[in-house]
Design a protein around this ligand. Structure first.
Ligand code: 6PG
Length: 255
């Protein structure tokens, strides 16, 4: 049974990023102290950019045991890694190129492939190998970052797409009609296996959707993000005041 999500309202995207960076450092350190790797799936879009910047600078750059950190992505656009829209590209420029993380610890989705299905299959194989999974097993990420679009998508799980009903595969290529392009995304079974999911949402334009998502009937989910329910993990929403402006105060913990 999924635990009830926590909703933390913070002043702005900078405070969201600080909280998200603190969690990254805390979890990575705990795993390293146990002699274990720290597996994290990064999200794309604009909201996590400040997080990347923070992690690349003091004190996080020094605090995080980068040699133990294994980086993956929750989704990727079908563009080359140096394209302005590449989720890998943004994280590489703002974070990974600035910290001492071994190259072999960075597992990007090959969005540049001219066969998105093959790229998704290849990523699935890379996940199986990195997590040493048997057939039918799903990887349990220590930490997953997600965002939410104003249409309630998360990662590249967009409304009305086939990816929403995928129960077996770890990663799929999904045609997104509204974008007129394929996206490659991890699937719900992977996200919902995670130990900790931080869902970062900032901006007035997300307020209507956030209220509908958090107040909606869990039995009748209308938005893809509502099906993010880690079965044996915690889901923490980190939202700014703009995105939270339509929420009743009893639904959240002001911090
Ligand atoms: C992507 C992301 C996507 C993002 C939301 C929110 O590849 O675009 O994975 O799911 O998190 O669209 O994006 P913003 O943070 O830019 O609002």
């Amino acid at each position: 049974m999924a635990a009830r999500p926590t909703i933390q309202v913070l002043d702005d995207v900078d405070q969201i990023a600080r909280r998200a960076a603190d969690e990254f450092a805390r979890l990575a350190t705990a795993r390293a102290e146990a002699g274990l790797p720290f597996t994290v799936a990064l999200s794309g879009g604009d909201t996590p950019l400040r997080l990347f910047e923070l992690l690349a600078g003091s004190p996080y750059r020094e605090r995080v045991p980068w040699k133990r950190v294994l980086v993956f992505w929750g989704d990727e656009r079908t563009v080359p890694p140096d394209h302005p829209d590449s989720n890998y590209g943004a994280a590489h420029r703002m974070l990974l190129a600035r910290v001492p993380i071994p190259k072999g610890n960075v597992h990007r989705i090959k969005g540049e492939s001219d066969d998105p299905d093959a790229a998704a299959d290849a990523y699935e194989a890379e996940l199986r190998d990195a997590f040493r999974l048997d057939e039918g097993e799903f990887p349990r990420f220590d930490l997953v970052y997600l965002g939410m679009g104003a249409d309630g998508h998360t990662a590249s799980l967009f409304p009305g797409t086939q990816a929403l009903v995928e129960k077996r595969r770890l990663a799929v290529a999904s045609w997104v009609e509204k974008l007129g392009t394929h996206r490659i995304t991890l699937t719900y079974p992977v996200f919902n296996k995670a130990a900790t999911i931080l869902l970062l949402v900032a901006g007035d334009d997300k307020a209507e959707t956030l209220r509908a998502v958090l107040n909606g009937d869990p039995e009748k989910p209308e938005y893809p993000v509502q099906l993010i329910r880690p079965g044996n993990g915690e889901l923490i929403w980190l939202v700014d005041r703009g995105a939270a402006r339509l929420l009743e105060t009893d639904r959240m913990r002001e911090t």
